[in-house]
Design a protein around this ligand. Structure first.
Ligand code: GLU
Length: 304
């Protein structure tokens, strides 16, 4: 079945399913989003572009942005970043404190909150204007100038982010942050507040399906080896404590966020983004997960 047919059939099927998920409400602004939003968009390396539903509406991409901050830090600093964080699935919640105690402040991977904070610290130490330079980097991936941070979302998270404050201070206490926790947290909340549509996301992430090179201007963003490693990390650590399940049922590299978005990559083929705000008990989009499972089944294309 071709991609358009597989997307159309999967979309219709999942649209009718009872949504047993719940909107994330620990960030008050996220709770205001329409619970029935559902969008999907694919961009392939040979430039097929196809979307359905709310695919042009921007939403809060939350942890999906952690892939982009990691790309920039990895591009700038290379393999030495791995002395400060690991590449193993954590097997615990994304905002867990317990492992940090036994691991002496070295986060298990860059996609749990602790790991993303260490990456943010690296950007703060190595860029003159980190917030703007990260945004410039992200926009350059697709030429989309209207991707931006949301002050409303970041302020909303800032005012309730007690656990992230604890995590950040905890890492600092082990000496694994060069900058002050307050600075790291401010940038971390801004990172999580980035907004993009499914259409923009699938275009942003296409370079990871294209061996590290953008399609719109042929820029080698990451080397072949780094691009492969980014996909490997998404495959093993991209879905909180449900990464194994995603590999098992969907079979793509990917990353989710508590805004209900998922980006998934099939190397050498496509990037596909799906958004539906209600989350399953592991924090991943209930319908998004189901949609991608149907899609890889019907298209008979996965990385395995
Ligand atoms: N800003 C969210 C937090 O730190 C990100 C969570 C997520 O999307 O995984 O709690």
């Amino acid at each position: 079945m071709d991609y358009i047919e597989a997307i159309s059939q999967s979309y219709d099927l999942v649209l009718k399913l009872e949504d047993r998920g719940k909107i994330a409400n620990y960030i008050p602004e996220l709770a205001k989003v329409g619970p029935d939003k559902f969008g999907v968009h694919i961009t392939t390396v040979d430039q097929l572009k196809f979307g359905l539903g709310n695919y042009q509406e921007k939403f809060s991409i939350q942890s999906i942005a952690k892939v982009l901050s990691l790309c920039l830090a990895y591009k700038m600093q290379g393999e030495k970043i791995w002395s400060r964080l690991g590449v193993e699935p954590s097997g615990t919640g994304f905002n867990s404190l317990v492992q940090l105690e036994t691991d002496n402040g070295i986060p298990r991977n860059p996609f749990i909150n602790a790991g993303a904070m260490v990456i943010i610290d690296i950007l703060l130490s190595n860029l003159g204007d980190p917030k703007m330079e990260l945004l410039k980097f992200i926009r350059s991936l697709t030429n989309q100038q209207n991707i931006d941070y949301s002050r409303t979302i970041s302020n909303s998270e800032k005012s309730y982010g007690y656990r992230n404050v604890a995590l950040c201070n905890f890492i600092k206490s082990f000496g694994n942050l060069e900058n002050e926790p307050e600075e790291v947290l401010n940038f971390y909340f801004d990172l999580c507040s980035l907004e993009a549509s499914c259409e923009q996301l699938s275009e942003l992430f296409l370079f990871l399906a294209n061996n590290g090179k953008t399609k719109h201007d042929n820029t080698q963003i990451l080397s072949l080896s780094k691009s492969k490693r980014m996909n490997a990390l998404m495959q093993t650590c991209g879905f909180y404590d449900e990464s194994g399940e995603f590999a098992f049922k969907v079979g793509l590299a990917g990353k989710s966020g508590v805004g209900g978005g998922i980006i998934a990559i099939h190397p050498n083929q496509y990037a596909i983004a799906v958004w539906s705000p209600k989350l399953n008990e592991k924090g991943n989009s209930f319908k998004g997960m189901r949609f991608l499972e149907e899609f890889t089944t019907l298209s008979q294309q996965s990385i395995f």
